[in-house]
Every structure is written in C-alpha cells, then in structure tokens.
Design a binder for this molecule. Structure first.
Ligand code: GLV
Length: 311
C-alpha cells in the first residue's frame, strides 16, 4: 500500500480505483497549492497526481524522498523536471490522446472568435452599444480560403488541421526542421501546437512577429511560454497582428493588470483546452492507470516523452 497525493480535487471518481487497490489517497482541496505548501503535502508520498499548475522540481523531489511516480494530469509535462525525476528513478506519466479533440475544438473556437470579433461584439450588445445594423462595422476575416500555419503538427496540430480542411482552409504544417519564418510570411492564421522546451521558448518573438504576414491572427492553445508576450502586445498594438486568441499565457494565471490585457483584439481564456467533461474524465482514468502501474513496479502505460540523450 502506498500513500498518494492528488494535488487538486478532480471531477471524476477515477481515484476510487486507487483506494480500491489498497492505496491511501490524500486529496488537496482548494486552489493550487503554493510551492512551499506542495513540499509539505508530498511528505511521505510514493505517488503524486499533479496538474499543470504544480512544479515538480528538485526541491519538491527532495521533500518526497520515497516518491516513485509522478502522474501529470496533462499531455504536456514542461512543469515537471524530467531529468531530475530520471536521476532519482521517479517515473513520470502523462495523459495523451484523450484530450486531443477537445483541445483542437478550443483552438478552432479561438480562431473563429478572434477572426469574427465574437467576444467584443457580445460585450457591445450587453453594454447597450448595439444601436443599428452596421454595414461597415465588426468586419472580421474570412476563414474559408485562408492559409492556416500549424506550428508543431503532432496529435493536436493534426486534429486542428482536420477541422481547418473542413472550413476550406489551406493548411501548412511547420515541424522542427521547417522554415518557420518563411511559413509565417504566408500565414493568415497561425496556430501553435509545439511543446514548451528550451528550444521553443519565445518561438514567436519579435523576429517571428516581424516575419508574419501583416494582419495575421495568432492562436495559442499549447503553452504561454512559446510566445514572447511583450512582443505580442506590441504586435497587437501596432496592428501587425489583427488579433490573437490565447488559451495559455505566461504566467498563469495572468495577473489582471498584465499589459497584455490592454492589447486590442485579444481573446484570452484561462487554460481550458481540455476542459470538457469527457476529456477530463478520460484524463483522470489515464492518470490513475499511470499511478497504479508505477506503484506496482510496472512500466507506465503513458510515460512522459523520453529525454533527448545529453550531447
Ligand atoms: C494541458 O495543457 C495539457 O498539457 O494537457
């Protein structure tokens, strides 16, 4: 029997499978714990179910010397220091595939919302500013026939591509070895789906935003750190970008006084890409599968991507 910490209460009964297997489960209720509180909470645990809001770093691992499994309730794992976990023999699991379609739906929702001013038009109606039908107002961008550049064409990028093809968009996929700046020059829309790694931090920075086709629209449902938000704020302010739709920011939560929120034509959401009842239930089941396997000394069914060998 192992002691397991679940760092947030999930909307799922999947954790009951852990108690049924004889494990002791402690659930931290309330908002995400601070780093200090998390270190206190992991005292004595062998398994932990973490969210994207928890940092699994050497300090946390030092506070949990008996830890054997980190089950990250996410497909991304940039919040987990994989090298530090590997060095201590701690297995790391993730929840791939089950949130692909939900996240792609949200990317497309942001694309459409940003292209057609959906949130701002809604606010105008509620604020009593709908005084007449406007022949020259609220003019957005055509989505059909536009070129969508998908940066990082993995599972979620491909799911966005399928939706885009249904909207008669021309889809250009940009992988690690492709010329990002050349692709951006032809983009009407850009949707980010790359993992956050040292090499991808601020991938969309001043140089990329200078190369992007004027009037393009940026969508980010991957990680906030992919975008240099100072450069993005400037590109929205000077009209280089027509709009941006973000589900992720850096930091998260984004403080209410962050200058980005003053930028025009910005749609921003609180990291809800996987937030459907179905996706979150499937994520919970996968996260529990990873814990059960790891605590039984078996390979995790959904391990985090292997670290690149040190060069
Ligand atoms: C959410 O951002 C995830 O990585 O699952």
């Amino acid at each position: 029997m192992a002691r397991i910490l679940i760092t947030r209460r999930l909307a799922s009964r999947a954790p009951e499978r852990l108690t049924a297997a004889g494990h002791e489960v402690v659930v931290h209720d309330g908002p995400a714990a601070s780093a200090g509180k998390l270190r206190a909470l992991v005292d004595g645990v062998e398994g932990v179910l973490t969210t994207v809001a928890d940092r699994v770093d050497p300090a946390l691992l030092d506070a949990a010397p008996g830890l054997r499994v980190v089950s990250n309730y996410a497909v991304g794992c940039d919040n987990v220091d994989l090298a530090a976990c590997a060095a201590r023999g701690v297995a790391v699991g993730i929840t791939p595939d089950v949130l692909t379609e939900a996240t792609a739906d949200l990317a497309f929702a942001l694309l459409l919302a940003a292209a057609r001013h959906v949130p701002a038009a809604d606010r105008a109606v509620r604020d009593g500013r709908w005084t007449s039908w406007e022949p020259a107002g609220w003019l957005g961008r055509d989505v059909h026939g536009a070129t969508l550049v998908i940066v990082g064409a993995g599972r979620i990028g491909e799911a966005v591509a399928r939706r885009a093809e249904g909207f008669s968009m021309d889809v250009v996929r940009v992988g690690r070895r492709d010329d990002l700046l050349a692709a951006l020059a032809a983009a009407d829309f850009v949707s980010l789906h790359a993992p956050l790694l040292p090499a991808t931090r601020h991938l969309i920075g001043a140089a990329a935003l200078a190369a992007i086709k004027p009037g393009a629209i940026l969508v980010n449902t991957a990680r906030g750190g992919l975008v240099d938000q100072v450069a993005l704020t400037q590109a929205l302010a000077d009209g280089r970008l027509a709009a941006a739709g973000l589900d992720v920011t850096d930091p998260e939560p984004l403080p209410a006084d962050d200058p980005l929120l003053q930028a025009p034509n910005l749609v921003v959401l609180p990291h809800i890409g996987s937030a459907t009842q179905g996706a979150r239930e499937r994520m919970a089941q996968l996260a529990v599968d990873n814990l059960l396997a790891g605590l039984a000394g078996e390979p995790l069914p959904n391990p985090a991507p292997a670290l690149a060998p040190a060069s």
